[in-house]
Design a binder for this molecule. Sequence first.
Ligand SMILES: Nc1ncnc2c1ncn2[C@@H]1O[C@H](COP(=O)(O)OP(=O)(O)O)[C@@H](O)[C@H]1O
Ligand SMILES: [Mg+2]
Length: 303
Amino acid sequence: MRQSIAKTNLPQHLYSGKVRDTYMLDEENLIMVSTDRISAFDVVMNQPIPGKGVILNSMSSFWLEKTKNIIPNHFVINLGDAFNKESFDFSVFENHIDEGIKKRSMIVKKAKRIDIECIVRGYLAGSAWTDYQKNKTINEKYFKENFSAAEKFSSPIFTPSTKAESGHDVPLSEKDGKNLIGEEMYNFLEKKSIEIYNFAHDFSLEKGIILVDTKFEFGTINDEIILIDELLTPDSSRYWDYNQHEIGTFPPAFDKQFLREWLLNTNWNMTYPPPEIPDNIINVTKDRYLESYERLTNKNLII
Ligand SMILES: Nc1ncnc2c1ncn2[C@@H]1O[C@H](COP(=O)(O)OP(=O)(O)O)[C@@H](O)[C@H]1O
Ligand SMILES: [Mg+2]
């Protein structure tokens, strides 16, 4: 079997993002493949992280199942499981779907995306920390004077951003967010995002992991609003080890932080092409992704 899958080439291609390749299965359903690609500073690296796609697909499935009572979502079935059932017609995909693809893919309901990234933060970190340091605001809202790095908010905050077609996403003030998608929709997405965050935060904490912040995407099918995209993976979320959390400093996150730090120490200008990543950085990154999965789910993963 292939060790890594960086690119896929199935029929009925619809869309390729930085990490995932999406295909039309039929009128209502998509096949979403999480590849082993990794991006840092919005640039996809030349080398994949072996098995990363398996970890991301399994982690999303895990959380989509756990949160479906809070809000329905797009998950239908993991691709591997679908092959054992008769419900889908895979004839056009014959010879294109091997074990490696199966382990990295899920079938999801095709939705119309709501163009806003629903970010929830429980602790002060990342771009919100940068924003706060500049003018004591986060998404144009004032916060108290003496917040420290990595400090927990008294309750989680909703800090949406635009879903940019290209380039970086821009934070939205509450007013701009409401103008963009309407007040009723904004309030609903805020409420649901905070509910999912709270559930996942408390669940993770029992496993010794802090869910610092995360990003959700929602979509509509007919008039129903559902949760779409990846869910609570290290690519869409910042997770810290509870034992390493100390106010005033940022512990390493369970994602590509080691890769990012290594890149910052090269003289790379953050545009394509990226430098070649050494094997030890690839391995540490893979181990971090895997550790987060195994600790959160109590399951082992064969990748
Ligand atoms: N159920 C769905 N229906 C339609 N589009 C979806 C669904 N789930 C996710 N998407 C979209 O598919 C894309 C996933 O690919 P990804 O690699 O994450 O892209 P990006 O680099 O744009 O984040 C995203 O644009 C996401 O909004
Ligand atoms: Mg994405």
